[in-house]
Design a protein around this ligand. Structure first.
Ligand SMILES: [Zn+2]
Ligand SMILES: [Zn+2]
Length: 368
C-alpha cells in the first residue's frame, strides 16, 4: 500500500428533497470499506450533471432511506492512495477521472468483454451498494466531497495535456454522447448528424460530432441557442417551435444519426422518424419518462432504428480523452468554488449553465 495524504472523507450531503434548493449539508461520511484494488482520490473538480439533481430532489423515487446522499459523478482528482492490486496502472500522484459508474461484477459476459457499462450489476457512483469484496454493502459516495474512494478500474487516467477542470464534464456528460457517436460512426458512416437539445450533453455532442468530421445540425425549441450552436461547430440549426411537422418538413430523410440529449416528460418520436435517412438511427441517451408512441409503418419503410445508449466503459472514456486532446476540444464550463455548492445547485436547477458547472475544491489545489 502506498499513501501520500491521509484522506478525510467529508462532503455535501442531501438530507431531504430540498437539497437542491441550497440545503446540502457539509458533513463526514463513511467511505466504502477498503479493497486492495481501490484508490483514494483527492477531489479537485466535480461537474454537476442532471442525474445529481434528479436523485437529490426525489425524481428517481423517495429520498427516505438513501439519505445522506453524497452525489456528484463527474469527478477529477489526484490519486493519494493505491492498494496492492491497482488497475489502469494507477500510482500515487496520477490525475484520474471517475464517471457515473464506479463498479461492476467482473464476472458476467459483458464485464469479461470490458463492456462494464452493460453489466446488470453495475454500481452507480452515488447511493448504490457495492457488491464485491470487503466493500460489499458499503454505499457509494460521489464527488461533492473532498475525497473519493472506489475501485481503480473506474478511475481513468487524465492525459497531462488536458486541463483537469475541462475533463470533469467529460466523465459523464461527455462519454454519454461520445459513445454513441463513436459506435454509429460519426464522420464516416454517419455523415449528417442531428443533435436534439443544446445543453450540458448537447453542447459536447456538437463539439465531438463536428470534430469527427460530421455535418452537424442542432435541434432546439427556440432560436436562443443558435449562435452558441454555430460557435460549437454546428452548421445547421432547426428551431422547432410548437409545430414540429412544419419545422421538419424541409429536412425529411436527411439525418444518418440523431442523438437526443433532452429528456422532457414525453417525447414526440413519431415527428422525428421522418427525419432519418434509410437505415438511420435515432438514439436516446436520457430517459423520457412517458413510454414512446409511434407507428411502425414509417420505421419499417425506411429500415430505421430507435436506440438507446448508456454512458460508456473505462476504455471508451480513455479513447474519448485522447480524442479531446488530439482535437483540442474544450467543453464550455463555468467554475464554482465547491464551498458555494448551495448557490451553484439552485442555479443549475434553474437552467443557468452555459453549458456545464464545475465545482472546484480550491483547498485541495483545484484552480478557479
Ligand atoms: Zn451524469
Ligand atoms: Zn458484470
Amino acid at each position: 500500500m502506498s499513501t501520500a495524504t491521509e484522506p478525510v472523507f467529508k462532503g455535501w450531503a442531501g438530507l431531504d428533497a430540498k437539497a437542491c434548493q441550497g440545503n446540502l449539508d457539509f458533513q463526514s461520511f463513511e467511505p466504502k470499506k477498503w479493497d486492495e484494488d481501490d484508490v483514494d482520490v483527492k477531489i479537485l473538480y466535480c461537474g454537476i450533471c442532471g442525474s445529481d439533481a434528479s436523485a437529490l430532489s426525489g425524481e428517481w423515487g423517495p429520498v427516505d432511506g438513501v439519505c445522506p446522499q453524497v452525489c456528484g459523478h463527474e469527478i477529477v482528482g489526484e490519486v493519494v492512495k493505491v492498494g496492492s492490486s491497482p488497475e489502469n496502472g494507477l500510482k500515487v500522484g496520477q490525475m484520474v477521472g471517475i464517471g457515473a459508474q464506479c463498479d461492476s461484477c467482473r464476472e458476467c459476459v459483458d464485464c469479461k468483454n470490458h463492456e462494464e457499462q452493460c453489466c446488470p450489476k453495475m454500481v452507480i457512483t452515488f447511493n448504490s451498494p457495492f457488491a464485491r469484496g470487503n466493500g460489499k454493502g458499503s454505499i457509494s459516495r460521489g464527488g461533492f466531497a473532498k475525497y473519493w474512494r472506489g475501485p481503480s478500474r473506474f478511475a481513468v487516467p487524465i492525459p497531462d495535456e488536458l486541463d483537469p477542470a475541462l475533463a470533469a464534464p467529460l466523465m459523464c456528460g461527455g462519454i454519454t454522447v461520445f459513445n454513441p457517436l463513436e459506435h454509429y460512426g460519426a464522420g464516416t458512416k454517419a455523415k449528417n448528424i442531428g443533435i436534439v437539445g443544446v445543453g450540458g450533453l448537447g453542447h459536447m455532442a456538437i463539439l465531438f460530432a463536428s470534430a469527427m468530421g460530421a455535418k452537424v445540425t442542432a435541434i432546439s425549441r427556440s432560436e436562443a441557442k443558435k449562435e452558441d450552436a454555430i460557435k460549437l461547430g454546428a452548421t445547421g440549426y432547426i428551431a422547432t417551435g410548437d409545430d414540429l411537422q412544419a419545422a421538419f418538413a424541409a429536412h425529411a430523410r436527411s439525418f444518418d444519426l440523431i442523438i437526443c440529449t433532452s429528456n422532457p416528460p414525453e417525447f414526440p418520436i413519431a415527428d422525428y422518424i421522418p427525419l432519418l435517412r434509410p437505415r438511420g438511427v435515432f438514439c436516446f441517451v436520457g430517459i423520457v419518462p412517458k413510454p414512446l408512441e409511434f407507428g411502425l409503418f414509417p420505421l419499417v419503410m425506411s429500415s430505421a432504428h430507435i436506440a438507446g445508449s448508456n454512458i460508456g466503459n473505462p476504455d471508451g472514456i480513455a479513447r474519448m480523452l485522447k480524442f479531446v486532446v488530439e482535437k483540442n476540444i474544450k467543453p464550455w464550463i463555468q467554475r464554482w468554488d465547491m464551498d458555494e455548492i448551495n448557490k451553484a445547485m439552485p442555479s443549475f436547477v434553474n437552467g443557468d449553465p452555459r453549458y456545464r458547472f464545475v465545482l472546484v475544491n480550491t483547498d485541495n489545489g483545484g484552480k478557479m
